[in-house]
Design a protein around this ligand. Structure first.
Ligand code: HEC
Ligand code: HEC
Ligand code: HEC
Ligand code: HEC
Ligand code: HEC
Ligand code: HEC
Length: 457
């Protein structure tokens, strides 16, 4: 047999091939990287997602790229196939996008959220503190404190699994809208295979309605739907502005006025500013006393308000997006039940099974009884939750070592705030706190650690 004719390869040819390979490879990697970037996701198609982009920056996931949730963690090969499926989005550039957008191609939580979180993410109950301001003249402040029972009740153990119930069981449900707010029926499968189907007994689904519904298995994003880009209701935004001092709670009626302002609809940034200006004009007219009382203070207030105008216009823009009819209203928050049904989509007292089992509507299945505190009224048991100014004595750094002696003074007045002064460890009074008096903390106190303690093997 004749040997095959070798292709003559000169050194120049080899170099050329090598160079072409490197160039093509680099271009390929660069393109791949670009299609993974937030810039690609948010700008390549004429800024189609202004609302998510904006909200994403203010989220806990600001440094998590869009693709890490929307395509997820998978092999590059699979990701390339998934991504090519997203080419259908290009059609939206031609015919326009459906509003509000939904994310039908969102991968299962296992491939997105669980790339970073585990499938058992609720490991502890946590205390949630929400500061609210009333829509009255004083903008009266209250603080709501509750323990979110993600892992259940601490005293009742296994009988009450908290939010983890949904992780340990499979919950399927039918919805008729893309944001999954309208729930028609719910089906729960226990680990032993028992299936319970709950129907809305106040509004049984008609056959047509049920047939048109989407059925899905509940996962992370059915509760944490705003995790990537939280859009907040005006009421919450203004509460935050007042709590952080962006707005001054000393201004009469400011809470009510600001919320009303943020709830208005507008067409563009110019109109937003116009609405703010008009609202402040009206505010000055309605509260003219400040001007009459003291010209200098009023001037100061005016300058302050002017600065606030910009803040307010920014708040408005943050809250309402300049796309046809999109605003905070378009993004229900399914994690609680304050401004949208959230957990009450199912836990609303209406769903029950044929044999009468109900989906619980007990407030304390999900969290402790909310404790509402105010600066001017104290609950004896919850002093610590109020953040009120404590007496000077409490601010000494060595207070734990001297408070007993201080309390012993005749005119101490400790009982004004702490109620009956009775010592012990039975937790019946403020002072009989076993958390403080029934323990010895290593290294705490006047004694220095001995060599025996610090030098132990
Ligand atoms: C690339 C990694 C990554 C991915 C993917 C990811 N997360 Fe996170 N997530 C984090 C990190 C890191 C934090 C902690 C942020 C912090 O505390 O500053 C966090 C925090 C959270 C929190 C707590 C935030 C809060 O407000 O208390 C929730 C809830 C959450 N993630 C849900 C999700 C859900 C749901 C998904 C899927 C849609 C997801 N995460 C996808 C990394 C990720
Ligand atoms: C049935 C609704 C529901 C489902 C499903 C759900 N969560 Fe949660 N998750 C909650 C609630 C309620 C909290 C507590 C909220 C709070 O503390 O304000 C929470 C808290 C969290 C936190 C914060 C934990 C902390 O200690 O601060 C993370 C992270 C989280 N969830 C991730 C996930 C992931 C990942 C999944 C999917 C595997 C998931 N969740 C499924 C309702 C849910
Ligand atoms: C932490 C995970 C996470 C990140 C990061 C993330 N998203 Fe999302 N995104 C979600 C979840 C969860 C939904 C709701 C899906 C659902 O309800 O089916 C969603 C929904 C959307 C939707 C549908 C409309 C809506 O808001 O519900 C768009 C559009 C979107 N995301 C774009 C983006 C863009 C653009 C980025 C990057 C700037 C981004 N997302 C980053 C988790 C994320
Ligand atoms: C799609 C329907 C659905 C949604 C939405 C939903 N759940 Fe559930 N949940 C169920 C079903 C079904 C059960 C099991 C029946 C029961 O125990 O009440 C359950 C059980 C629970 C339990 C255990 C109840 C017990 O007996 O101790 C807790 C806690 C809980 N859910 C919290 C939440 C929280 C918090 C949210 C919102 C973030 C939420 N659920 C949203 C369907 C839902
Ligand atoms: C199925 C679970 C569930 C049930 C039942 C439930 N809640 Fe909640 N609730 C939540 C979750 C989740 C949050 C959000 C916690 C957070 O702010 O992070 C919440 C928040 C709250 C808040 C704080 C709102 C705020 O922002 O100040 C109050 C008050 C409250 N719930 C009262 C109630 C009352 C009263 C009931 C009984 C009628 C009830 N809840 C029943 C899950 C539930
Ligand atoms: C004006 C109300 C008020 C009075 C009067 C008062 N306390 Fe307190 N005390 C508080 C509050 C509020 C806290 C919670 C501290 C915090 O949250 O920082 C507290 C906390 C404490 C603590 C907990 C330990 C610590 O370091 O915070 C001790 C002990 C205590 N007080 C003892 C006393 C004694 C002794 C007196 C009398 C000499 C006294 N208190 C008078 C309001 C008061």
């Amino acid at each position: 047999m004749k040997p095959g004719k070798a292709i003559p390869l000169t050194l120049g040819g080899l170099l050329f091939l090598g160079l072409a390979f490197v160039l093509l490879g680099t271009a390929g990697v660069a393109t791949w990287e670009y299609t993974n970037s937030n810039a690609f996701c948010t700008q390549a198609c004429h800024a189609v997602h202004p609302e998510e982009t904006f909200a994403h920056l203010a989220s806990q996931h600001a440094n998590v790229h869009c693709v890490e949730c929307h395509i997820g963690r998978m092999s590059t090969f699979r990701a390339a196939i998934e991504k090519s499926g997203h080419i259908t989005h290009a059609w939206g550039m031609i015919v326009g996008y459906e509003r509000p957008l939904s994310a039908p191609s969102m991968p299962a939580s296992r491939d997105s959220c669980e790339g970073c979180h585990t499938s058992n993410p609720h490991q502890h109950n946590s205390i949630r503190i929400r500061r609210h301001f009333a829509s009255d003249e004083m903008n009266s402040e209250t603080k709501t404190t509750l323990v979110a029972r993600a892992v259940g009740r601490s005293f009742q153990g296994g009988g009450s699994p908290g939010v983890n119930w949904h992780i340990r069981h499979t919950v399927r449900f039918a919805t008729s809208d893309p944001q999954r707010t309208d729930v028609l029926w719910v089906e729960a499968t226990a680990s032993d295979g028992t299936v319970v189907r709950y129907e809305d007994n106040a509004r049984p689904a008609s056959a047509d309605h049920a047939a048109a519904a989407d059925v899905r298995t509940m996962e992370c994003i059915d509760c944490h739907n705003l995790a990537g880009h939280p859009v907040r209701a005006p009421d919450d935004l203004v509460d935050e502005a007042l709590a952080t001092g962006v707005l001054d709670p000393a201004l009469p009626e400011i809470k009510a006025r600001a919320v009303k302002l943020l709830e208005q609809r507008f067409q563009d940034a110019g109109e937003a500013r116009e609405i703010v200006l008009r609202a402040w004009d009206q505010y000055e007219k309605d509260f003219p006393n400040e001007k009459a009382a003291n010209a200098e203070a009023f001037e100061q207030a005016r300058a302050y308000l002017e600065e606030r105008q910009n803040q307010m216009a920014m708040l408005m823009l943050r809250n309402q997006f300049l796309a046809a009819d999109i605003s905070w209203r378009s993004f229900p928050d399914q994690l609680g039940h304050r401004h949208s049904p959230g957990c009450f989509r199912c836990h609303n007292g209406r769903f029950s099974s044929a044999d009468g089992q109900q989906i619980t509507a007990q407030c304390t299945a999900c969290h402790s009884i909310p404790v509402v505190t105010r600066r001017d009224r104290l609950h004896g048991q919850v002093l610590d939750l109020t953040d009120i100014r404590t007496p000077r004595s409490h601010q000494r750094p060595d207070f734990p070592f001297v408070h007993g002696a201080l309390a012993a003074a005749d005119d101490a007045g400790c009982d004004n705030c702490h109620g009956e002064i009775r010592y012990g460890k039975d937790d019946a009074t403020f002072c009989a706190n076993s958390g403080c008096h029934d323990s010895k903390w290593p290294n705490f106190g006047l004694q220095r650690p001995t060599a025996a303690v610090s030098g132990e093997p």
